[in-house]
Design a protein around this ligand. Structure first.
Ligand code: FAD
Length: 565
């Protein structure tokens, strides 16, 4: 067996959740290793924004309270949220935002010194603030003794007697297998927009290439439970001009600036509290179906009017951000201040993920999780700007409890050599296959299938077609999937083949859960069951690997204080 690299806490991921977990673990005097598939500080969804919004709430917004933020979050989630986790989130989010200030982030303030809070759809209070999140966190991690492995892909978790004891990894630069042995392991691999990828005209996801569902698949293989996997959030990304495809414009959430084919605003009268991402996608798809969409199959976004109005009204922060954004897009040949653009639904966020408790423990001892890879907090629909603050609340908790477990353990756990050997064969086997299907063929086939059948609107026929085809991909394509280049160093095709394996596993989870939920609720819309059915479906769908079979079952929602209104 390859020699193992030992640590107290192993953190998988380099985004905002992983960074916060690393800071907390290091401050608790644990030895910490952080593994990032990409370049540290530049990978994952967290690395995509310098200044996006975070729903900070109390104490920043003076008329806000954790209770109000809690209620907004549950209502947007269609009451599927784990209320224990939401309570932790809204109680602690303000403190975590103050941490960022302690780390050196500077918030925009008004002349009285109050942090400027702005509005966002679905939120009943002006509670958005805008930190330079990953830049701040990255520097803070670097200040501590955290060993960082960049361009290293964790391929599988290792377990001994039902406890996670570390993970295997591929050093992308050198093509070596690495073995990490850990007292506690934290999974923070983010979501998986790459399940959808590119369509014919527009990008089908806002997510970067790193987000391929590795975490969900690894967690499934190790036998922990996942929840709400049917709930995938779609947001409005640019679809035309095509050079901007997939980009999220900061105002695309604002109902007043969305126009139909005649350039008439169609959603401006919907009350702010009722306007969230799930509602926006539903309204837009209905409009497109009636033939009232824009020429390339989306809707118009009146960015020039937003720009003018915000300038006139003195909405300094909104206005400045749009200006910065417009300046960036100018270099790509489009002027947001002058031109309307077309926007359309694109995959943005996974509400589903690993089941955790308030200590971020999964159902497998030794394994913790935080960030977008976790399920249950956002229920059926995430409120805009609740994701990044959530990474801070649960990243901190994962670091705290994982390092506590590690520092209380006297000895390093044992690793079973056979598991490492098996994993080595799995990783290198792709070079020996007399394959028939190149990896990109398999991946694109899957992505197209997923977009067509598991996109924003689903029905039984489409989901069954998806399940059938996923089975075929699993049984016929994956065993014969090969890579052209046999190089071990920086072999992108090899990495993508491993990711494609994970994406197929994730696609099956989404499809089976989508089939099971025979109702429409928030992000999960079924044309054959258009109504929300609280009598039968106010439950969560769980997924577990039972001896290689994907088992789905329901449990009542975790309701502690807010019942359906
Ligand atoms: C364009 C865009 C704009 C957004 N804007 C906002 C916003 O304004 N407000 C808000 O609240 N939310 C926003 N979100 C959502 C938010 O960014 C994400 O939910 C959040 O960043 C997730 O953080 P994370 O740390 O869990 O995962 P990520 O930041 O996605 O990080 C995942 C990490 O895991 C690593 N990784 C993955 N697989 C492996 C593996 N096998 N081995 C090793 N490492 C691995 C990746 O390299 C990456 O470092 C936005 C998302 C996008 C895409």
């Amino acid at each position: 067996m390859s020699e193992s690299i030992d640590t107290d806490v192993l953190i998988i991921g380099g985004g905002a959740a992983a960074c916060r977990a690393a800071i907390e673990s290091a401050d608790s005097h644990a030895k910490v290793i952080l593994i990032d598939k990409g370049l540290f500080g530049h990978s994952g969804c967290s690395g995509m924004h310098i200044g996006w919004d975070m729903a900070a709430g109390y104490p920043f917004a003076k008329d806000d309270t954790p209770e109000i933020h809690f209620k907004d979050t549950i209502r947007a989630g269609g009451y599927l949220n784990n209320q224990k986790l939401v309570r932790v989130f809204t109680n602690e989010v303000g403190e975590r935002m103050l941490d960022l200030e302690r780390y050196g982030n500077i918030y925009a303030r008004d002349e009285k010194g109050n942090v400027i809070c702005t509005e966002g759809s679905g939120h009943s209070r002006m509670r958005f603030i805008t930190p330079a999140l990953l830049v701040t966190l990255k520097e803070e991690v670097r200040r501590r003794s955290v060993e960082i492995f960049e361009e290293t892909m964790i391929s599988n978790l290792l377990s001994t007697k039902g406890t996670v004891v570390g993970a295997t990894a591929l050093d992308i630069k050198k093509g070596y297998l690495l073995v990490f042995r850990a007292k506690s392991t934290i999974l923070a691999t983010g979501g998986s927009g790459q399940l959808y990828d590119w369509g014919t005209i527009s990008a089908r996801t806002t997510n970067p290439t790193s987000n391929c569902g590795d975490g969900y698949a690894m967690a499934y293989r190790i036998g922990t439970e996942l929840i709400d996997m049917e709930n995938v959030q779609f947001l409005l990304g640019v679809m035309y001009p095509s050079q901007l495809a997939g980009i999220v414009v900061p105002i695309a959430d604002q109902r007043g600036y969305l126009l139909d084919k005649n350039k008439v605003a169609f959603a401006k009268d919907i009350p702010r509290e009722e306007w969230n991402r799930a509602r926006a996608i539903k309204e837009i798809l209905a409009l497109i179906k009636q033939g009232k969409g824009s020429p390339h199959g989306g809707v118009w976004l009146d960015a020039p009017r937003a720009y003018r109005e915000w300038k006139e009204k003195g909405y300094v922060w909104h206005f400045l951000r749009l200006q910065v954004f417009a300046d960036q897009l100018k270099t790509m040949g489009s002027d947001l201040v002058v031109d309307m653009i077309e926007i359309a639904p694109t995959c943005h966020h996974f509400m589903g993920g690993l089941v955790i408790n308030e200590r971020c423990e999964t159902l497998v001892p030794g394994l913790y999780a935080c960030g977008e890879v976790v399920g249950g907090i956002h229920g059926g629909n995430r409120l805009g700007s609740n994701a990044l603050p959530e990474t801070q609340v649960f990243g901190m908790r994962a670091g705290k409890y994982a390092s506590k477990r590690a520092t209380e353990m006297n000895e390093m756990p044992e690793i079973e050599c056979k598991q490492v050997e098996n994993e080595k064969s799995r990783l290198f086997n792709v070079f020996n296959r007399k394959g028939k299907f190149r990896q990109h063929f398999v991946r694109h086939r899957l992505q197209k299938l997923v977009w067509n059948n598991l996109g924003p609107i689903r029905n039984e026929d489409r989901i069954s077609a998806a399940i059938e085809e996923i089975k075929k991909i699993k049984e016929e394509y994956l065993p014969r999937m090969y890579v052209q280049s046999t190089s071990r160093t920086y072999n992108r095709e090899w990495i993508e083949a491993l990711e494609t394996d994970n994406l197929v596993c994730l696609a099956e989870m989404v499809a089976r859960a989508a089939m099971m939920r025979t109702e429409s609720r928030q992000a999960h819309q079924r044309s054959d069951f258009p109504e929300t059915n609280n009598e039968n479906w106010l439950v969560n769908i769980y997924i577990k690997n039972c001896n290689g079979r994907m088992q789905l079952f329901t449990k009542p929602i975790i309701e502690t204080e807010a019942s359906l209104e």
